[in-house]
Design a protein around this ligand. Structure first.
Ligand SMILES: *[C@@H]1O[C@H](CO)[C@@H](O)[C@H](O)[C@H]1NC(C)=O
Ligand SMILES: *[C@@H]1O[C@H](CO)[C@@H](O)[C@H](O)[C@H]1NC(C)=O
Ligand SMILES: *[C@@H]1O[C@H](CO)[C@@H](O)[C@H](O)[C@H]1NC(C)=O
Ligand SMILES: *[C@@H]1O[C@H](CO)[C@@H](O)[C@H](O)[C@H]1NC(C)=O
Ligand SMILES: *[C@@H]1O[C@H](CO)[C@@H](O)[C@H](O)[C@H]1NC(C)=O
Ligand SMILES: *[C@@H]1O[C@H](CO)[C@@H](O)[C@H](O)[C@H]1NC(C)=O
Ligand SMILES: *[C@@H]1O[C@H](CO)[C@@H](O)[C@H](O)[C@H]1NC(C)=O
Ligand SMILES: *[C@@H]1O[C@H](CO)[C@@H](O)[C@H](O)[C@H]1NC(C)=O
Ligand SMILES: *[C@@H]1O[C@H](CO)[C@@H](O)[C@H](O)[C@H]1NC(C)=O
Ligand SMILES: *[C@@H]1O[C@H](CO)[C@@H](O)[C@H](O)[C@H]1NC(C)=O
Ligand SMILES: *[C@@H]1O[C@H](CO)[C@@H](O)[C@H](O)[C@H]1NC(C)=O
Ligand SMILES: *[C@@H]1O[C@H](CO)[C@@H](O)[C@H](O)[C@H]1NC(C)=O
Ligand SMILES: [Cu+2]
Length: 556
């Protein structure tokens, strides 16, 4: 007679239990690499000599160990953008927020487990302007045996969009800091490292995506650009949007998507033509009087069997100020909200926060080009000053004097935020955090200001996904606007564009203890101080506190 144990063993033999929760090891060597792109030869900082960097593949529930070894002259840290990092803030990556940077010649192992997430994210350097070339895709496959909630594509392709400067980006930003003025815009955009044909650079060939007629392709699009939101389209082909920021959405078809730095979008493309070559275009979206790099990056969708001399079907990118094109994409986004992937938007709110995001002007006696002034940026009029000890470390080890927990919950002065700015454009300095009790719920309205110019700010929150429950133009009205909120199937993401001259409302539950950076993902605005952090206290339960730091955590 079989014992129950024996039956279990037999079952296990006949139905092999696949090993989930695997440990994935990666090694990232941060090294310089010589390049000859865009008619300029300059060394760039890379991971493993690649631009874009290597794609990191993992599966939901896996533990990822990435040993980052710093071989360059800069201090380095890497951020796993969009990974929740439940209780493992030590592995989040923003320098001086959750860790001290990895010094030259040293290494650090990022150790994190991917819980409740699947889809496309990105990793990038989170110090200085190194992320211009230190970035790559992070692909989280669903648990083994769990299908996508959309037809399985024949092939998946990672498509990384970025910006390219002929000059060293550290020289570009240092020049701007010295002058007090805006840094130079980039010289080109790239699609998987290639700009396509660029005036004055005859040898540039764009990225080629080979396709076969009748097949379907999942493009995992990532905007790794420093300072520019991008339109993306493919001549003659509709894009079916199925996921943003590693959360599934209700599928919809569209010609052009818009994607802000730090955001990701998965689209299905059906190769429904017999043959041919079709232009793929990435061009800037900027609906404010702010200078951008207006060079369109191009690639080609190339059907197999197409003769070499066949002309490419072209497409014109939208004009850079095509707000309506951007909105038609953004306003179509809805969470999938299925049984398997329900929407857990908080219905009750513990913290009702109102933050202005925008620019300012402070005195700077040494800024000659800026006539004694410098452009800064602020949230609720606070220009964030980087500490020299990581805030998470200060919080965990009770080190005082590093930060204060008095970040204002609303703007200190009421004015017409999107109208005529006040006469005094100065901000104040501070290293302030906003403290949240474990598991409390937050509604945060991010309000653009018209100081210097209204502008779209893609704001990224570390440690959480949030729901984008509302959006509007002008000043947020706390009496009437909440009535328009979508609390049923709002899109869930980690980076959201605050519309130019408008506001966006997000909600999240503070169920992740630690210190979580929130900042504009236009790197120029982050440099200028458009950043702050939430400090989420430990809960009382057994799995509700920050884990102890790893032994190799870099020191300041
Ligand atoms: C890059 O090129 C320079 C000069 O051509 C050379 O000295 C340097 O060793 C090269 N660096 C790398 C990382 O290949
Ligand atoms: C990774 O972190 C977990 C705790 O979250 C720990 O148990 C494990 O030993 C760590 N692995 C390494 C290689 O440090
Ligand atoms: C920035 O642009 C100005 C004007 O074109 C140029 O003189 C300067 O050299 C550029 N700076 C860098 C670092 O490329
Ligand atoms: C791009 O910007 C440059 C410099 O501002 C300008 O001269 C040029 O006309 C612009 N091109 C397009 C296509 O808008
Ligand atoms: C966009 O810019 C063009 C050229 O500057 C202008 O003619 C057009 O009116 C603008 N469109 C919108 C919607 O602002
Ligand atoms: C600085 O002042 C000069 C002379 O008044 C003016 O021409 C220039 O535009 C000013 N620059 C800035 C950045 O305000
Ligand atoms: C604000 O902080 C910056 C450094 O981030 C410093 O240069 C500046 O002098 C400070 N301003 C004031 C008013 O303290
Ligand atoms: C920090 O202070 C808290 C509360 O006073 C205490 O529970 C904790 O043990 C302290 N942590 C360290 C590392 O000293
Ligand atoms: C704010 O300024 C805008 C633009 O000037 C104007 O249309 C609006 O009426 C103003 N709002 C209030 C409340 O004054
Ligand atoms: C911002 O803070 C500065 C310095 O305290 C102050 O002069 C200014 O009036 C404030 N502005 C706003 C809009 O709150
Ligand atoms: C967080 O709060 C919600 C709503 O009050 C509750 O249902 C849930 O159990 C709490 N979660 C934890 C981990 O305490
Ligand atoms: C690198 O980081 C350490 C620790 O924060 C700091 O002391 C040092 O000045 C930094 N080095 C550079 C070149 O910025
Ligand atoms: Cu911004």
């Amino acid at each position: 007679m079989d014992s129950p144990v024996r039956v279990l063993v037999l079952v296990a033999l006949f139905f092999p239990v696949f090993v989930d929760c695997a440990i994935r090891h990666y090694k990232f060597n941060v090294v310089m690499k010589n390049t000859t792109r865009l008619c300029s030869s300059k060394p760039i900082v890379t991971v493993n000599g690649k631009f874009p960097g290597p794609t990191l593949y993992a599966r939901e529930d896996d533990t990822v160990l990435v040993k980052v070894v710093n071989h360059v002259k800069y201090n380095v840290s890497i951020h796993w953008h969009g990974i929740r990092q439940l209780r493992t803030g030590w592995a989040d990556g923003p320098a001086y927020i959750t860790q001290c940077p990895i010094p030259t010649g040293q290494s650090y192992v990022y150790n994190f487990t991917i819980t409740g997430q699947r889809g496309t994210l990105l990793w990038h350097a989170h110090i200085l302007w190194l992320r211009s070339t230190v970035h790559g895709a992070l692909v989280i496959l669903p648990k083994r045996g769990v299908p996508y909630p959309f037809p399985k594509p024949n092939k998946e392709v990672v498509v990384v969009l970025a910006e390219w400067w002929k000059s060293d980006t550290e020289v570009v930003i240092n020049e701007a800091i010295k002058s007090g003025l805006a840094p130079n815009v980039s010289d080109a955009h790239t699609i998987n490292g290639h700009p396509g044909r660029i005036p004055g650079c005859p040898t540039q060939r764009g990225f080629k995506l080979p396709v076969e007629s009748g097949k379907t392709y999942l493009l995992r699009l990532i905007n790794a650009a420093l300072n520019e939101e991008l339109f993306f389209k493919v001549a003659g082909h509709k894009l079916t949007v199925v996921e943003v920021d590693a959360t599934y959405v209700k599928p919809f078809k569209i010609d052009t998507i818009v994607i802000a730095p730090g955001q990701t979008t998965n689209v299905l493309v059906s190769a429904d033509k017999r043959s041919g070559k079709y232009m793929v275009a990435a061009s800037p979206f900027m609906d404010a009087p702010v200078q951008v790099d207006n060079v369109t990056a191009t690639a080609t969708l190339h059907y197999s069997g197409t003769l070499g001399n066949v002309a490419t079907t072209l497409t014109a990118p939208p004009p850079k100020n095509a707000t309506a094109v951007a909105n038609s994409f953004i306003d179509s986004l809805r969470s999938l909200n299925s049984k398997l992937f329900p929407v857990l938007v908080p219905q009750e709110i513990d913290h009702d926060l109102y933050f202005t995001v925008g620019l300012g002007i402070n005195p700077c006696p040494t800024c000659k080009a800026g006539n004694g002034s410098r452009v800064v940026a602020a949230i609720n009029n606070v220009t964030f000053v980087m500490p020299t000890t990581a805030i998470l470390q200060a919080h965990y080890f009770n080190i005082s004097g590093v930060f204060t927990a008095d970040f204002p919950s609303k703007p200190p002065h009421v004015f017409n935020y999107t109208g005529t700015p006040p006469a005094n454009l100065q901000t104040r300095n501070g290293t302030k955090v906003f403290r949240l009790a474990y598991n409390s719920t937050v509604q945060l309205v991010l309000q653009d200001t018209g100081i210097i110019a209204p502008e779209n700010h893609p704001v990224h929150l570390h440690g959480f996904n949030f729901f984008a429950v509302g959006k509007g133009l002008g000043n947020y009205n706390p009496k009437t606007d909440p009535q328009t909120f979508n609390l049923v199937d709002p899109v869930e993401r980690n980076t959201i564009g605050v519309p130019s001259g408008g506001w966006v409302a997000i909600r999240f539950r503070a169920d992740n203890p630690g210190v979580w950076f929130m900042h504009c993902h236009l790197e120029v605005h982050t440099t200028w101080g458009l950043k702050m952090a939430f400090l989420v206290d430990n809960g009382k339960g057994p799995n509700q506190s920050v884990l102890p730091p790893p032994n190799d955590l870099p020191k300041c």
